[in-house]
Design a protein around this ligand. Structure first.
Ligand SMILES: Cc1cc2nc3c(=O)[nH]c(=O)nc-3n(C[C@H](O)[C@H](O)[C@H](O)COP(=O)(O)OP(=O)(O)OC[C@H]3O[C@@H](n4cnc5c(N)ncnc54)[C@H](O)[C@@H]3O)c2cc1C
Length: 395
């Protein structure tokens, strides 16, 4: 796979990125990213502002609206180097979801108002799609927006709002026409999290973290200029957005970093019966070998998508297969880490690892528990299999 990256230009580009990360990424950010903990907004905003000053805030956006103009291979190298250096991910909802949707569908006023603040890390976004009874069957959602004079009035409830408590803004999928087929009567609005009538409630997850929330809308009034794209076309935009989210959720560079980290962990931890590094044990070598093989398969599929993106072809249902393979692999990586760590692996480290039996195990338990979610969010893997069956296998 490395062949395509092995040109003088791309090698020079990789060095440039690596040097930048070495000079600008501070220990605190690395420590937080490595800890696998839900990162606070201030830390993410600080890193986003640093990238922005360099002009690297949103490499995947068109150059005209603040992107870097890099091709897809350069963007992949950038992601890889950020993953290897343990750089934070930033506001994924703004950079990867709201931003691209506004670039494609937003008015000029919306682009001018929102995009620069995403780039600078000044405003954070969250995604208000799922509801208590509408997750996989998203089109059945019940939150409504009713036009009253100049305003849309929103009532209902969303759940599983990732990073809602860090966010300034939400893109929210609501029903604007209850008289047509479920998919045809949906629209997407921009909500200010401080709008009167919005109440947020934390949901605590089993990794002992607060990253998700429930949110309630009680007669929330929004002006008509907060509609994204055309009225009742929200389902089309939502599907495009979810496809982007799925490619992103393959997380190949960060999984590669984790597999390398696993190898280092296995080299440090000792087998209690032989006193030798676990890395020398046959079972560890088998598991690491299988993970590496499967990673190479995933990476080659991701690079295939990248090659087509370079010809202007965006992924369709392939995004679903990347999401399935990427998410399952992420879970197997942390499961292997837990097996290597044994008793030390069961210790959560809310104080960033103090008291852990094995300090090199810091962060793995949180990642292991949180990664239960990767096969669920961005559309559960079972649903992705249905998408593949319909679109690729024509079933
Ligand atoms: C930690 C976390 C963060 C999230 N963040 C966000 C967010 O920021 N914004 C947001 O809008 N949503 C978010 N979600 C919601 C996520 O997208 C939904 O959980 C997901 O779509 C599944 O919906 P559900 O939970 O209602 O499960 P259900 O749809 O009830 O599914 C339950 C199970 O049944 C299976 N199933 C359902 N229908 C079918 C079918 N037709 N065929 C086969 N199997 C089926 C599913 O695969 C799953 O295993 C998040 C979820 C979690 C857990």
């Amino acid at each position: 796979m490395s062949g395509i990256f092995d040109t003088p230009e791309l090698r020079a580009f990789r060095s440039q990125v690596r040097n930048f990360l070495r000079d600008h990424l501070d220990d605190e950010l690395v420590h937080l990213t490595r800890g696998g903990l839900h990162m606070e907004r201030a830390a993410m905003a600080r890193w986003q502002a640093t990238l922005h000053r360099q002009g690297w805030a949103a490499p995947h956006w068109p150059k005209a609206v603040g992107g870097t103009g890099w091709n897809a291979l350069q963007r992949y190298i950038f992601e890889e180097e950020c993953a290897f250096a343990d750089a934070p991910l930033g506001d994924v909802h703004g950079l990867f979801l709201a931003g691209p949707m506004l670039i494609a569908e937003g008015t000029e006023e919306q682009k001018a108002r929102y995009l620069p603040r995403i780039l600078a890390g000044e405003e954070f976004w969250c995604q208000g799609f799922s509801e208590p009874n509408s997750g996989s069957d998203l089109a059945s959602l019940k939150t409504t927006a009713r036009l009253e004079g100049d305003h849309w009035v929103i009532n209902g409830q969303k759940t599983w709002l990732s990073s809602g408590h860090h966010a300034d803004l939400m893109f929210c999928l609501v029903r604007t026409d209850p008289t047509v087929k479920p998919q045809q009567g949906l629209s997407i609005f921009i909500l200010d999290m401080k709008d009167p009538g919005i109440t947020l409630q934390p949901i605590w997850t089993m990794d002992e973290g607060h990253s998700v929330n429930a949110v309630f809308f009680d007669n929330v009034r929004v002006t008509q200029d907060k509609l994204i794209g055309r009225l009742n076309e929200g389902w089309t935009y939502a599907k495009e957005l979810l496809a982007r989210e799925r490619v992103n959720n393959a997380q190949a560079p960060r999984t590669k970093r984790d597999i390398l980290e696993l190898e280092r962990l296995a080299g440090k931890l000792l087998d209690e019966s032989t006193g030798r590094p676990l890395l020398e044990s046959a079972w560890v070598q088998r598991r690491l070998g299988a993970l590496t093989m499967d990673f190479l398969g995933l990476e080659s599929a991701v690079l295939d998508v990248i090659a087509r993106q370079m010809q202007g072809i965006e992924p369709g249902a392939e995004a679903s297969s990347l999401k399935i393979r990427g998410s399952e692999l992420q879970q197997r990586v942390t499961e292997t880490a837990m097996s290597l760590l044994g008793a030390a692996g069961v210790v959560l480290s809310p104080t960033y690892g103090e008291g852990l039996l094995a300090p090199e195990g810091r962060g793995w338990a949180e990642r292991h528990f949180f990664r239960r979610v990767v096969t669920i969010y961005a559309g559960a893997n079972e649903i992705q299999k249905s998408i593949i069956a319909k679109a690729i296998l024509d079933m």
